[in-house]
Design a protein around this ligand. Structure first.
Ligand code: NAD
Length: 292
């Protein structure tokens, strides 16, 4: 495989995705504002560079995995960004979870500069990122999707072109809405069961065999029961996603009462200092409410 990838953002997800690209044979030039974030990737042949132009100027494709909308806008519009330094291959794939509307605007502005932008947010968490088995939801032009496919295939096992620019983000926000409500549902069930002296590990097993089974009950349920709060997918990032969901729902508008309630519970978790812990730390809110 050939092709040069400029990779921006080497956090929990990005560092695994950049490694998978390098191990698939692509030349990866990576940048993170936190110096040292990508050091461990050098052994896999990833070149760590010290600014955005060094990562992107010769790239066939630029991929970003950043926290939120402002960081993606920064690498597009900011000094040394993609608008002022269009990458050689003129293809930009943002895999962060950000606002669909801002995505559409960036896509339009970049298009005027001859750069195709795709939104390609992912589901599957750090484990999926590590294994290269992410589910990727892509919005944008079909031709860009085709061009990006060999690269996306190195990071994910399910690639889906779901519509025009912004559609990938919209589908991802629907995914997050379902995940957030599901996580809260599991917290409520565990809190009730704990108050009634039920054996929680056994209950989880029982429920996984029935109609309440879910990815969240499987993966996060055990971490909740064990009290392991290590991130994973941080509370702060889910709160960001729920905010994006509620903002998107105001545009049209669509009432989302359950999402609004769950967002409040995530704010409680943040207020209790759980923001940088994994989503299973939402259960910690109940340690305080029920005094356990
Ligand atoms: P993270 O905070 O661990 O990583 C983000 C990285 O971006 C950090 O290393 C940060 O230093 C870097 N960064 C910030 N601004 C930058 C800039 N201007 N230039 C270069 N680097 C910059 O977050 P993460 O968990 O890797 O998540 C990244 C995105 O993927 C988020 O939008 C998140 O919602 C989404 N996501 C996360 C998960 C998960 O389970 N962690 C799953 C699916 C999607």
């Amino acid at each position: 495989t050939s092709g040069i990838v400029g990779f921006l953002g080497l956090g929990v997800m990005g560092r695994e995705m950049a490694r998978n690209l390098a191990q698939a044979g692509f030349r990866v030039r990576a940048f993170d504002i936190v110096s040292g974030a990508g050091e461990a990737l050098r052994q896999f042949g990833v070149e760590i560079v010290s600014d955005i132009p060094a990562a992107v100027s010769d790239a066939d494709i630029v991929i970003s995995m950043l926290p939120d909308t402002p960081q993606v806008e920064e690498i597009v519009y900011g000094p040394g960004g993609l608008l002022s330094h269009p990458p050689r291959g003129r293809l930009f794939v943002d895999m962060s979870t950000i606002a669909p509307e801002a995505t559409r605007k960036m896509s339009r502005d970049l298009s005027a500069a001859g750069v195709t932008m795709l939104d390609a947010p992912v589901s599957g968490g750090p484990v999926g990122a590590k294994k290269g088995s992410l589910t990727i939801m892509v919005g944008g032009e079909a031709q860009g999707f085709e061009q990006a496919t060999p690269y996306l295939s190195a990071m994910g096992s399910t690639l889906n072109h779901v519509g025009a620019s912004g559609a990938g983000q919209t589908v991802k926000l629907c995914n997050q809405l379902i995940c957030g409500i599901n996580i809260q549902a599991i917290c409520e069930a565990l809190a009730l069961a704990r108050a009634w002296d039920i054996d929680l590990p056994q209950m989880r097993e029982v429920l996984l065999g029935g109609s309440a089974a879910s990815w969240m009950l499987d993966k996060l349920g055990s971490a909740m029961i064990e009290g392991d709060v290590s991130a994973g997918f941080r509370i702060d990032l889910m709160m960001k996603d729920l905010r994006l969901v509620l903002e998107a729902a105001q545009k049209h508008p669509v009432p989302l009462p359950a999402t609004a309630l769950v967002a409040t519970q995530y704010q409680n978790a943040q207020a209790y200092g759980e923001g940088s812990n994994g989503n299973q730390a939402l259960f910690k809110v109940y340690d305080r409410i029920t005094g356990q």
